[in-house]
Design a protein around this ligand. Structure first.
Ligand code: GDP
Ligand code: MG
Length: 313
């Protein structure tokens, strides 16, 4: 990959200064058209949301899980050594540049789903609500990542707020414009980081579902717009999920923090052991479908180009 041997986050879509979008076809080809993966069904998991929300940090745990031997994954031992620094998307100054756009993990990961090999791709988004990005850029990046992914993780801080829902609505409406058919997107997960009220709704998927049900419930005080928004979120996606995560501990914001587990709160680690297999466990993988058809890695190359053309026109 770009002359580097170590896998890394590769920027495949860039937002240029004139607010047009540039696809790095060469980089994308190297990932999606690799001989050993191009004809396999693909699972694309994307993480989107505000800047500095811990998205890349989380993706690095996805990489850890996916790269661990099956025996460690199955026995819940995949988090590994307490003293090992975390590597992957978050290395700044490396090849993972911090410009607005979409980044793919350079290494497609092969894994078995119902006895058949599938390819898992991880996508990091950069720039949603970033102060220097315009609303249009953010919407496009979010919309593109929703169109391309089979699982979109909407990464939020502390709660699901009305603003978060409104932004989501805007992004998804935007994505719908690029779709030629009335099919729903696949999985949307509201992932709440630093959830402060575990005594109200417990950490994990059950608490997440409860909070989500509460936030998406329509009540008498809602305006017409607020009602429409709530109804549409369920129709836009085949499945809408929630998950509440604890704070990882304040050591993660220290300058010297390098991601080693030793400095992360046990509760956070416990939550990772619950969350990550719920997305990537062999029973839980969601292969990408478009118009009801399974999408292969090489097809995704075509979809990247098609959607980019639409957003640039
Ligand atoms: P991104 O911009 O969303 O990709 O955010 P990063 O993954 O680069 O993380 C930004 C900062 O937040 C880093 O200092 C991380 O150590 C820290 N961080 C990561 N996960 C969490 C979390 O769940 N809660 C909090 N409070 N900080 C986190
Ligand atoms: Mg990041």
């Amino acid at each position: 990959m770009s002359g580097l041997d170590e896998p890394c986050g590769i920027q495949v879509v860039k937002v240029k200064d004139d607010h047009t979008y540039k696809l790095d076809e060469g980089a994308l080809k190297e990932i999606l058209l690799r001989e050993d993966v191009k004809d396999l069904p693909v699972v694309l998991v994307s993480v989107a949301g505000a800047y500095r929300g811990g998205k890349s940090f989380l993706l690095d745990f996805f990489i850890k899980y996916l790269s661990a031997p099956e025996s460690l994954r199955n026995s819940g031992q995949w988090l590994g050594d307490e003293n090992e620094p975390l590597s992957g998307f978050r290395w700044r100054g490396g090849c993972d540049r911090e410009t607005t756009g979409l980044h793919l993990w350079s290494e497609p990961i092969k894994i078995l789903y119902k006895g058949q090999p599938v390819v898992v791709l991880l996508m990091d988004t950069q720039g949603t609500f970033d102060s220097s990005s315009t609303v249009r850029d953010c919407s496009t990046i979010f919309a593109l990542s929703t169109l391309l992914s089979s699982v979109q993780i909407y990464n939020l801080k502390e709660n699901i707020k009305e603003d978060d829902l409104q932004h989501l609505h805007l992004f998804v409406e935007y994505g719908k414009l690029a779709q030629d058919q009335e099919t729903a997107f696949q999985v949307l997960m509201f992932l709440v980081r630093d959830w402060p009220y575990p005594y109200q709704h417990a950490y994990g998927a059950v608490g997440g579902e409860q909070l989500l049900a509460k936030r998406l419930e329509i009540n008498a005080s809602h305006t017409e717009d607020m009602r429409d928004l709530r109804k549409s979120i369920y129709t836009f996606f085949n499945a809408v999920k929630g998950f509440l995560m604890p704070h990882p501990g304040f050591s993660v914001s220290e300058e010297k923090f390098d991601g080693r587990l030793f400095s992360i709160r046990d509760e956070f680690k416990k939550s990772l052991l619950d969350l990550v297999p719920s997305i990537f466990g062999p029973e839980n993988l969601t292969p990408k479908n478009i118009n009801g058809q399974p999408v292969k890695c090489c097809d995704l190359f075509y979809y990247f180009k098609t959607y980019m053309n639409i957003f640039n026109s």
